[in-house]
Design a protein around this ligand. Structure first.
Ligand SMILES: Cc1ncc(C[n+]2csc(CCOP(=O)(O)OP(=O)(O)O)c2C)c(N)n1
Ligand SMILES: CC(=O)[C@@H](O)[C@H](O)COP(=O)(O)O
Ligand SMILES: [Mg+2]
Length: 640
């Protein structure tokens, strides 16, 4: 589409402009908005199908409600591209998720229309309820609050905790349940079955309407008419109590309705504005609506990367030589290999079977892997329960989402000495998803737990060997293996398994001037940095510590006895992480050395390519060289 094809969209800078439009132009605006999203995301990347599915809903909400005074809270926020475009960010939308560009999720400091920062799911009802209660207290009785939450996000406990509270308040809260029948992967679980039944009422209602029309338009004694009336009642009797679950929570239920019918949504939302108290509108939408390929392959098009919008071809980098696999694929394949030999092995994922690569095992070994939906807390305690019965559970959770289940980790696993294996995926900076998704706190938050093993592989082979080690019957402790998003470094990685002695690091390279201690994947940046430092006449030793807990104390004694200049590198927060552990070791053992910590500084890191973020934090290869050189030169000057 050319610019002139966005002739209506281009007139809308803010929702106040939108609200000037006659309602009959809204379908055309929806068409343009959808095309604008398709066009930009095809060239820039980002989340795709979810925003397409809520185009009509987005336009209708901003048309009917007086935003930003009325407050919209988007859940997760991966579906809020239309919202961003209509709220002052159309002209910068091409910078979405780019370094120094706008965020891919609603963010409070980006716009007053972004009422609540999101990224992690299922927070919208609690947040909107908080806003609604505060409005009441401030006497703002005319203010509306809307939480827009997907059917996947609704599976999390916090959403139910929020409804449990909302239902006993008189808060001016509308929950819009965007039911598109899918999460990133297919939704599993009983709540989804419930929604499926409600969706069926929608289909039957459609049929019922037709039958009612037939019945009323037919003479009373007409046989056809009598049959139709009977059928009409029959269908009604078959229908489950509409929205009974929500009604039981004290939340008035409306729907289900077609979430793509803007002509229906606008008057319906107007009406709902008049309904007092907490209420829920159930809308049925299609994820990927308006882009046929996305509608038919919704998981692939959740966030497809760059693509040709005309042909639908998703661009993949072409390489002349074999490339290293993603850590995720090594995890997925290795686990199946291990599970074939060890029948106590099971696996759990909270709603990320594709992202974690567990989907292959789900297909091949059903019954031994559970996707539990967006329920990290349940995932951890379920793993603990299985472990009490001798199962060796690999609980795979993105590092950032594990933050949700910290108490379960402590209370249900650590305190009970259960040998659950936690594969913390996306450990470290993740790139374009940004602040909410970086997995940078896990090293700090796991290492304080007594009796836990915390490890980080530097490459594919180490990941395999750590997984092998963690499932051995000789392991009796909770065992964390954390690895980053994306590619490793070893094109040929299917090496025979070897047990890794727990708490033992390795010296990769001997040196004289400085010792560089790394944990996990950044060890590869150190390898390259050491070669560059050689050229500068700096002879660095390199140690891959492998374990944050237990620390390899005998290796550390060796290091502190031979070096006074020590650098630590980690893909995580320097506050409380690996470098801090080395400093504690130094103090506890009365060594004196200059220890320089590289990693994620003690501030929030935004979004961009992961390489840009490593560079910003100063622990990519060039950053390491620069820091070591500058630091050694400064030390040398001070001493001479
Ligand atoms: C706590 C948490 N766990 C997992 C995720 C990853 N995640 C992002 S979107 C999504 C699916 C959400 O499904 P739904 O709410 O139905 O939205 P849809 O994509 O269908 O619009 C998941 C699992 C997350 N963002 N937050
Ligand atoms: C919105 C969200 O939380 C997910 O879609 C996330 O962006 C997935 O990240 P990966 O691409 O790393 O699986
Ligand atoms: Mg959904």
């Amino acid at each position: 589409m050319s610019d002139k094809d966005f002739s209506i969209l281009n007139t809308i800078d803010y929702p106040s402009d939108l609200r000037q439009l006659p309602a009959d132009l809204l379908p055309e605006l929806c068409f343009e908005l959808r095309e604008f999203i398709i066009d930009t995301v095809s060239r820039n990347g980002g989340h795709f199908a979810a925003s397409l599915g809520v185009v009509e809903l987005t336009v209708a909400l901003h048309y009917v409600f007086n935003t930003p005074y009325d407050q919209l809270v988007w859940d997760v926020g991966h579906q809020a591209y239309g919202h961003k475009i209509l709220t002052g960010r159309r002209d910068v939308f091409h910078t979405n998720r780019k370094y120094n560009g706008i965020s891919g999720f609603p963010k409070r400091d980006e716009s007053e229309y972004d009422t609540f920062g999101v990224g992690h799911s299922s927070t919208s009802i609690s947040a909107a309820l908080g806003m609604a209660i505060a409005s009441r207290l401030k006497g703002e009785y005319d203010r509306h609050h809307v939480a827009i939450i997907g059917d996947g996000s609704m599976t999390a406990g916090i959403a139910f905790e929020a409804m449990n509270h909302a239902g006993i308040t008189d808060a001016e809260l509308l929950i819009v349940l965007n039911d598109n029948g899918i999460s990133i992967d297919p939704i599993v679980g009983a709540f989804n079955h419930y929604l499926t039944r409600l969706r069926a009422t929608w289909q039957s209602n459609y049929l019922k309407d037709k039958i009612e029309k037939l019945a009323t338009s037919t003479a009373p004694f007409n046989l056809l008419g009598r049959a139709a009336q009977h059928l009409n009642k029959g269908i009604r009797d078959l229908l489950p109590g509409k929205g009974d679950l929500f009604e039981a929570f004290g939340i008035r239920y409306f729907g289900p309705v077609d979430g793509h019918d803007i002509r229906l949504l606008v008057p319906l939302l107007e009406d709902l504005k008049q309904v007092k108290g907490p209420k829920l509108l159930h809308v049925i939408t299609t994820k990927g609506k308006g882009y046929a390929l996305a509608e038919s392959s919704q998981t692939v098009w959740h966030a497809p990367g760059l693509f040709d919008k005309h042909t639908g071809e998703i661009f993949k980098k072409q390489h002349a030589t074999p490339q290293p696999p993603k850590y995720q694929d090594v995890f997925g394949e290795t686990l199946m290999e291990l599970a074939e030999k060890n029948d106590t092995i099971m696996a759990i994922t909270p709603a990320m079977p594709s992202g974690s690569s567990l989907k292959h095992m789900i297909e091949k070994m059903p019954g031994r892997v559970f996707d539990v939906d967006i329920c990290e807390q349940h995932a951890v305690t379920l793993s603990a329960g299985l472990a009490t019965q001798g199962m060796r559970v690999f609980c795979n959770i993105y590092s950032t989402f594990m933050q949700r289940a910290y108490d379960q980790l402590i209370h249900d696993v650590v305190i009970q000495h259960l040998p659950v294996v936690f594969c913390l995926d996306r450990g470290g900076l993740v790139g374009e998803d940004g602040t909410s998704h970086h997995g940078v706190f896990d090293l700090a938050y796991t290492r304080s737990l007594p009796g836990i093993i915390v490890s980080a592989p530097m490459n594919e082979q180490e990941l395999r060997n750590l997984m092998f080690t963690a499932q051995l019957p000789s392991q009796h402790q909770p065992f964390v293996i954390r690895y980053p998003r994306g590619q490793g470094v070893m094109p040929y990685w299917r090496t025979p398994f070897e047990e890794v002695p727990v708490g033992v690091g390795r010296c990769i390279r001997k040196g004289t001037d400085v010792a560089i201690l790394s944990l996990g994947h950044p060890g590869n940046f150190v390898l390259a940095a050491c070669t560059l430092l050689d050229k500068e006449g700096i002879n660095a030793a390199h140690y891959d510590m492998r374990f944050l807990k237990p620390l390899d104390e005998s290796l550390l004694h060796e290091v502190f006895q031979h070096f006074h200049q020590i650098v630590t590198i980690e893909d995580g927060s320097v506050a409380g992480g690996f470098g801090s552990a080395v400093l504690e070791f130094m103090v506890d053992n009365h060594y004196q050395a200059d220890v320089h910590r590289l990693g994620v500084p003690d501030r929030l890191i935004s979004h961009g390519k992961v390489e840009e973020l490593y560079a910003e934090c100063g622990y990519d290869t060039m950053g390491i060289v620069r820091e070591v050189k500058a630091w050694l030169v400064k030390k040398h000057k001070l001493r001479s």
